[in-house]
Design a binder for this molecule. Structure first.
Ligand code: CAA
Length: 335
């Protein structure tokens, strides 16, 4: 243990050994951000790729895992095009410096279709796969066997209870939610979701790791929507009701919130950006939970949203949502 801590930290840990709960002190031996060297991110979609990118940009070695090579190739493309934007800001027209920066970041990223193998050599595993509780539980159950016993597990879910996912493992004290925002390279916030069992050491480690990634962590209990979506999603649903009642046009609602409230995007632009299927999935889950935790009226199905999702108009990613976009993909401009 001494070799893993600085001498000051070692003396402090030894002193507190006399007074504190021994399990806490044992936990302190692994849970320092300095001990997180290798990270595995499972899922190479927009969120997963974004998390891989910011981790690699901050010096971590990262495994990016997905089910198929073709998904990994898409994730890699998301990362390289985002890195080009970052490089342009950092190095302007200096093509050689930009290339060096991008090559260095990419050299810290490994691709894999074997989640267990990747996790077996990781100190932190972040899951960003499909929002399906059974799929997530099955994944974490297998990872629990494969990963080192001290590795920390985190889920980037935006809508499922962290406790339900953690229940599939025998390491609830090392389990938390780590909720990033889209576009991950640009949005500064990360919500760290604690379940009652999450240890202080694990929380502090995640807090340090996200700070090292250049993010600002905030803490929240395992409550529906955590902080941001609890406020953002009902706001989106209210904007849909305004338009459905014919009170205002969606263009005027968007202009209103941008110019009157200083939001970077109006609610319809933002829903297109996040994905209409994602908004529907979150609200359906809350509505159907029947627990009234969020307020049924607020999250009741919206006919307009239902119609677009049914037609496959999912926002930017499908080229059409409330608005139409140039081509398909999150970075394409509005027509
Ligand atoms: N990679 C790297 N940098 C990116 C980027 C990406 N993918 N996307 C945008 N950026 C950077 C740009 O380089 C630019 O940086 P500088 O200002 O330093 O030059 C900056 O972001 C602004 O980008 P643009 O000029 O291209 O475009 P914009 O001014 O219209 O901003 C935006 C785009 C950042 C997306 C902005 O509109 C915005 O902040 N929108 C709100 C996004 C938001 O609310 N996200 C949260 C969604 S909710 C969620 O994610 C949680 C969930 O669970 C559903």
């Amino acid at each position: 243990m001494a070799s893993m801590l600085s001498s000051t930290a070692y003396i402090a840990a030894k002193a507190s050994l006399r007074t504190a709960n021994p399990t806490r002190i044992l936990a302190a031996s692994y849970a320092t951000s300095a001990n997180v060297k290798k990270i595995t991110v499972i899922g190479s979609g927009l969120m997963g790729a974004g998390i891989v990118q910011v981790a690699a940009q901050s010096g971590y070695h990262v495994n990016m895992v997905d089910l198929k090579e073709e998904f990994l190739a898409k994730g890699e493309k998301i990362i390289t095009s985002s890195l080009k934007r970052v490089a342009k800001k950092k190095h302007g027209d200096d093509a050689a410096a930009s290339k060096k920066f991008i090559d260095e970041v990419m050299s810290r990223i490994s691709l894999s279709t074997d989640s267990n193998k990747a996790a077996s050599e990781s100190d932190l595993v972040v899951e960003a796969i499909v929002e399906n509780i059974k799929t997530k539980q099955a994944l974490f159950k297998a990872l629990d066997e494969a990963a080192p016993k001290d590795a920390i597990f985190a889920s980037n879910t935006s809508s499922l209870p962290i406790a339900d996912i953690a229940a599939a493992t025998n390491r609830k004290d090392k389990f938390a939610g780590l909720h990033f925002f889209n576009p991950v390279p640009q949005m500064k916030l990360v919500e760290i979701i604690r379940i009652p069992e999450t240890s202080d050491e694990v929380f502090n480690t995640l807090s340090d790791v996200t700070k090292k990634m250049g993010k600002v962590p905030v803490a929240c209990k395992d409550t529906p929507g955590f902080i941001v979506n609890r406020l953002l999603v009902p706001y989106m649903m209210e904007s849909l009701r305004l338009v459905e009642r014919g009170d205002a046009s969606m263009q005027d609602v968007d202009t209103g919130m941008k110019l009157g409230a200083g939001y970077p995007m109006g609610p319809f632009e933002l829903m297109d950006y996040v994905g209409l299927d994602t908004i529907k999935f979150i609200t359906d889950g809350w509505y159907k939970s029947g627990k009234g935790l969020v307020g049924d009226k607020l999250v009741a199905p919206s006919p307009l949203l239902e119609k677009l999702v049914k037609e496959g108009h999912l926002g930017r990613k499908s080229g059409k949502g409330f608005y139409t976009y140039e081509g398909v993909g999150a970075d394409k401009g509005k027509k």
